[in-house]
Design a binder for this molecule. Structure first.
Ligand SMILES: Cc1ncc(C[n+]2csc(CCOP(=O)(O)OP(=O)(O)O)c2C)c(N)n1
Ligand SMILES: [Mg+2]
Length: 348
């Protein structure tokens, strides 16, 4: 490691970028909170939340080349998807399943984030299936660069494929298969495990017999890194280092971000049956957004007035996204018979 690499990459982020990271986390949180309220009002049918995990997601997104690198997200990656370029209006249109909804024309559940334009790859609800797909994608990146078939517009552009999943999903065979492939072929891949301590009701110590998911990296011959998932800059640093390894042809990295989900698993879960209120309150005190706000204020990057202004603007953006989605037409019933991702003929 060079002396330069010992300096945290995040220490080189300019104030504008730091504020943009903060804004993205906050916007995701306000959108997320509104979705819960809409669900409880009976206006939408389902929501699954990123609350508590914004640092892990936004820190990772800002460490890659957003829109250039490939991302295979999982259902909890609301904040990550917003950071990549999915908009609050897109999300609201999904929640209301309105005509023209961005991810599937309103045909599948919300939280299946995808955009060809943003290199955000749509996944299945079946957990961990995105991991071998990401390994395949990373293999293609490497193969195309080696054989000169890389992006004809920019053949020298380095790329990495990032995927995310929860710690519970690492019990699935697909995860092991994908990670092994990434190790064997030294693929430009990053697997970010967001360890939020539960897989629905199952606590992590019933899920695995090792202390850290990252400990398993040794079995794949790749580095495994544990990071404080509620510290956005620590996550940024860990992912940035993995990106640089991937771009330099040094292969894949497994990163485990230790975090906590502040909400029940989904709008249809009651977490009182498997975790105490004291535990949840403890983690609310470690809220990654509050923590980053305090950091920015201490550094003189964000004043209390600016923080309030950010909050007002985030709420206003969520208000207008909600209003636009409510006013949008429902799909025609016969649209349900069409293809999910693209029109059957001549689609984009
Ligand atoms: C193969 C498979 N088994 C079970 C489910 C049902 N399921 C959906 S989410 C989930 C929990 C996953 O927990 P974790 O990987 O820790 O992610 P988290 O939801 O905590 O972010 C389960 C069991 C599924 N979607 N796919
Ligand atoms: Mg989990």
């Amino acid at each position: 490691m060079t002396t330069d690499a010992l300096v945290r990459a995040s220490s080189r982020l300019d104030e504008q970028t730091l504020l943009s990271i903060y804004w993205t986390m906050l916007l995701s949180r306000r959108l997320d909170e509104r979705a819960w309220a809409l669900h409880r009002q009976g206006k939408i049918h389902f929501h699954i939340s990123a609350m508590g995990q914004e640092a892990a997601q936004v820190g990772a997104a800002f460490a890659i080349q957003r829109g250039v690198d490939y991302v295979n997200p999982y259902y909890r990656d609301l904040a990550l998807s917003i950071a990549i370029g999915i908009t609050p209006l897109d999300i609201m249109m999904s929640l209301y399943a309105k005509q023209g909804e961005y991810s599937s024309g309103g045909r599948q559940m919300p939280a299946h984030f995808n955009s060809r334009r943003l290199n955000l790859v749509g996944g299945s609800s079946v957990v961990a299936t995105q991991v071998p797909q990401t390994a395949g994608l990373a293999f293609a990146i490497k193969y195309r660069q080696k054989t000169g078939l890389a992006d004809p517009a920019d053949p020298t552009q380095p790329r990495v494929a990032l995927t995310c999943l929860g710690e519970g999903s690492t019990s699935q065979g697909e995860w092991h298969e994908g990670m092994n492939w990434a190790g064997v072929h030294r693929l430009p891949m990053i697997c970010l495990v967001q360890n939020n301590a539960y897989a629905i009701s199952v606590p992590v110590d019933s899920q695995m017999a090792v202390a850290n998911v990252a400990d398993r990296a040794a079995g794949y011959g790749i580095p495994g890194v544990v990071v404080d998932g509620n510290d956005v800059l620590a996550v940024y640093d860990a992912v940035r280092e993995a990106v640089e390894r991937a771009y330099a042809g040094e292969g894949a990295t497994l990163i485990e971000a230790k975090t906590y989900r502040l909400t029940p698993h989904s709008s249809d879960d009651d977490d009182r049956s498997y975790r105490t209120r004291e535990e949840v309150e403890l983690w609310k005190g470690r809220d990654p957004i509050l923590r980053f706000r305090q950091h920015l204020q201490a550094e003189g990057v964000l004043s209390p007035e600016q923080a309030e202004d950010c909050d007002r603007r985030a709420r206003a953006e969520v208000d207008s996204a909600q209003a636009a989605a409510e006013a949008a037409p429902d799909p025609e019933p016969e649209e349900a018979l069409g293809a999910v991702y693209a029109p059957a003929e001549g689609g984009s």
